[in-house]
Ligand binder design. Sequence first.
Ligand SMILES: Cc1cc2nc3c(=O)[nH]c(=O)nc-3n(C[C@H](O)[C@H](O)[C@H](O)COP(=O)(O)OP(=O)(O)OC[C@H]3O[C@@H](n4cnc5c(N)ncnc54)[C@H](O)[C@@H]3O)c2cc1C
Length: 425
Amino acid sequence: MIGLRTLSRNARAVSRRMSTAMEESSSGYGDRLSPAQAGTLLDIGIRDIFDSDHDMFRESARAFFENDCKPFHGEWEEKGEVPRELWKHAGDLGLLSNMVPEEYGGLGLDCKYPAIVWEEQSYSGCTGPGFAMHSDIVAPYITNYGTEEQKSRILPKLVSGEWIGALGMTEPSAGSDFANIKTTAVKDGDDYILNGSKTFITNGWLADVTIVCAKTDPSKGAHGVSLFLIEDGMKGFVKGNKLKKMGMKAQDTCELFFEDLRVPASAMLGPVDKGFYCVMQELPQERLLIADMGVASAEAVFEMSRTYTNERKAFKGHLSDLQTVAHKLAEMKTDVCVGRAFVDQCISLHAEHKLKSDQASMAKYWCTDLQNKIADHGVQLHGGWGYMWEYDVCKHYVDARVQSIYGGANEIMKELISRQITNPR
Ligand SMILES: Cc1cc2nc3c(=O)[nH]c(=O)nc-3n(C[C@H](O)[C@H](O)[C@H](O)COP(=O)(O)OP(=O)(O)OC[C@H]3O[C@@H](n4cnc5c(N)ncnc54)[C@H](O)[C@@H]3O)c2cc1C
């Protein structure tokens, strides 16, 4: 396999050359096909937002998920977690946290490289490794709000996969209503003492470092929240059971408890009482990655449904010879290509730090609804086989369901979008 880390080192120089060439070219990106024009929606070498370096990166990411994840995913589903060695292997290949600046061990790349990892993981159907949470949610918080000591100590370990990261916001009685979280962090001399709990925490079981939201000033609601870096093994930090889920069965999700957990003030991430502002800044990228993974899953489901209905014999022909089936495929392809166009626009904007929060919310809500719709059609087209766990379409179907719930439920996305319509910036 080509080393992603080596490829990535060259990527910045090449991308600078590409930008210059594009500025000089009146036709823009040249002759890359759009997904709608390509042989399959998963072809390598398509989509205007990427170039040949991205394609090489994609080939390696695809090989990693196909060879190093797919054959073992069933075992990981049984265990409810993926092995730690996988994280180190992914780190060696430059697949983890590759937006982290070079001085902290990363590659300092823009979001198009992690987008390739999100997409290839979704194409493979291997939802077990919680890489996106680790690399593109947790690491950016530390990069953007960490002290020099926090960044230089923790980020290299996240990049290498030696440490695994998680984010604890949700509590049993507060998900969408973030302002209502009950976990407190009370100042005691130079320390803070945390009490409370979190639930549904992705990577929570395996995590070495978890960013925990706690109230430092409960009288101020969301404006009295601070963030803390809580490390595995701290006295008073207890991990609950791994939760049994409808889908994403190989991804560990668990409860966390803080019982008089004493941490030094240096464990605070970002300014006191400003945790909510940090969260607001980071959410667009989280929502974009969920949207991108959603469209990628839909692309994969379309392709597996196309293949299946072309091969499945019925009524003296194949399923796809039936007009109702062919038209369903036509609708699916059209819907997925429309979604892809919007998400690619969002990825490009985000790579230039121009993605607006409400646009990320639009992508998150629309693309995860699309993902669920396409997964439903895909299962239907596979008939009874679509209901069998051994068929990838079945896993895509159950894995899709949570996408419209986490990262901000889709109902909340509509609220955020509508606020910008009725009360524009
Ligand atoms: C597999 C999985 C992984 C997760 N990973 C993490 C993680 O790593 N870290 C983390 O902190 N959290 C995580 N979560 C939690 C997730 O973000 C929350 O479940 C989500 O924010 C919804 O909160 P809730 O479950 O409390 O539902 P509620 O907030 O109780 O919502 C229930 C329903 O009511 C609707 N609703 C709520 N408020 C409104 C409103 N104002 N207007 C209209 N409708 C509304 C919601 O849209 C939803 O349909 C995860 C969840 C799951 C299932």
